[in-house]
Design a protein around this ligand. Structure first.
Ligand code: SF4
Length: 430
């Protein structure tokens, strides 16, 4: 989501004549696109903004802007303004379209700081976009979230769910396909509830079906799904389509029903396993990934073991594992916290377990042929390029950048943890 917002920022600044700079020293305008979901990201942003004080002192003409959801937390903009008086523009996510005007006003020496305190204001969708994600185009289908998981700040800073009209989304998809993009990723905090606010009968399954039916060879991905809303209708659409990837990111968070209840996730482990079973029955080649949080307030050793059991049972092809850290302003921040050493021991055990599962699944790929969309060079291995399987696995092959954007059939020869290595068997149009 933040990558795509950064693309919009680059697009807007490019429209008023700015190009990308190679360093902060060289830049006329520096924009920090912040995220407040994780405490560590927020602390890093504070450090990075503070580090610009000297630069601004020696070059007062330089414009520094801070945008994104950190500014939309209650009192967040004021705190930033007080801590960093040298910052010129502070702007919330929902007013992002004002950025070029404010930069120009600042350039014309009008001192101004704008604070967006209203997360219910609709986001402007017609912003120019300077896409930087190679073969992939991100497209927002909705904004905000209605779920109020007790650890999460998003609904407070991004507001309630607002779906874009299906016609708008389709127009964007057709546009990026006409520009040659080979992969589209639909974005939303909870894509499965797409359309519930439109009251015209549209839902996520219908949107997927419409996009999938568009002509041309392309891949369709989406994120993020919520297990309480991800349903069999969506699975059926994916399984019967020719281009929706068999790669589903379904954040479980915990394998304990008591912890899920405390998190206000509104599904049970049994419901989660039921939909996973259905997905695997319909798409045996699927790659299911997840987010797993450990150390949530109240998590006992038994709760943690239940999470490990679930990891073994589902066999996630990969998982983002992380330690719970309290976010100010959320209900969980007021709950009794787990000691740091307990969290550390649990995350170490969980990471090892998930790595073992991932490695075992990786080995199953060896010897088989998969279609890969070549996305980029792999800087780790000179002379190679990389892309993903339909199931979302990263594969590295020998090749040069001219292959980027091509679909190739690749035989997998080797695996290393989550990464696969192979050789090209057939190139597109061969
Ligand atoms: S679904 Fe929960 S975790 Fe995801 S954005 Fe909404 S409140 Fe946050």
């Amino acid at each position: 989501m933040n990558v795509h917002e950064s693309e919009k920022i680059a697009g807007m600044l490019s429209d008023i004549g700015y190009d990308a700079a190679t360093s902060a020293e060289e830049a006329d305008v520096i924009v920090f696109n912040t995220c407040c979901i994780r405490d560590t990201a927020e602390k890093r942003a504070y450090g990075n903004i503070g580090a610009l004080k000297g630069l601004k002192k020696t070059n007062p003409e330089k414009i520094i802007a801070v945008v994104g959801c950190m500014t939309q937390q209650k009192g967040g903009a004021e705190a930033l303004a007080a801590k960093f008086p040298f910052v010129d523009v502070i702007l919330g996510t929902n007013s992002l379209d004002m950025l070029p005007i404010l930069v120009q006003q600042k350039r014309a020496k009008t001192a101004r700081i704008v604070v967006n305190e209203d997360p219910t204001v609709d986001v402007s969708v017609d912003l120019p976009i300077h896409r930087t994600s190679g073969t992939n185009a991100w497209i927002n289908i909705m904004y905000g979230c209605n779920n109020f998981c007790t650890y999460c700040i998003v609904p407070y800073v991004r507001g309630r769910e607002r779906s874009r009209a299906i016609s708008e989304v389709l127009a964007d998809v057709k546009q990026v396909l006409s520009e040659g993009y080979k992969e589209i990723t639909l974005l939303g905090q909870n894509v499965d509830s797409y359309g519930s606010d439109l009251k015209d009968g549209t839902n996520f399954a219908a949107l997927l079906k419409e996009i999938s039916a568009l002509p041309g060879k392309f891949r369709l991905r989406f994120m993020t799904s919520h297990p309480k809303d991800f349903n069999k209708e969506v699975v059926d659409v994916i399984a019967s389509s020719r281009n929706i990837c068999h790669n589903i990111h379904l954040p479980i968070q915990s394998g304990s029903n008591e912890i899920l209840r405390r998190m206000n996730r509104k599904y049970t482990v049994e419901q989660y396993l039921d939909i996973v079973e259905y997905i695997k029955a319909k798409m045996p080649d699927v790659g299911i990934t997840s987010d797993i949080m450990i150390g949530f307030p109240g998590e006992t050793e038994e709760d943690f073991k239940a999470t490990c059991d679930l990891v073994e049972k589902v066999r996630f092809s990969n998982a983002f594992t992380f330690v719970y850290s309290p976010r100010k302003g959320t209900p969980a921040a007021k709950m009794e916290q787990i000691p740091a050493d307990v969290k550390k021991s649990r995350i170490t055990r969980l990471v090892k377990l998930q790595n073992d599962v991932t490695k075992r699944l990786s080995d199953d790929y060896i010897g088989n042929v998969y279609e890969i969309l070549i996305e980029d060079v792999n800087p780790k291995y000179p002379g190679t390029v990389c892309g993903r399987t339909d199931s979302g696995r990263l594969v590295t092959v020998n090749g040069d950048p001219s292959l980027i954007g091509e679909f190739c059939d690749v035989k997998i020869t080797k695996s290393r943890s989550a990464s696969l290595f192979g050789e090209i068997v057939t190139k597109e149009n061969q």
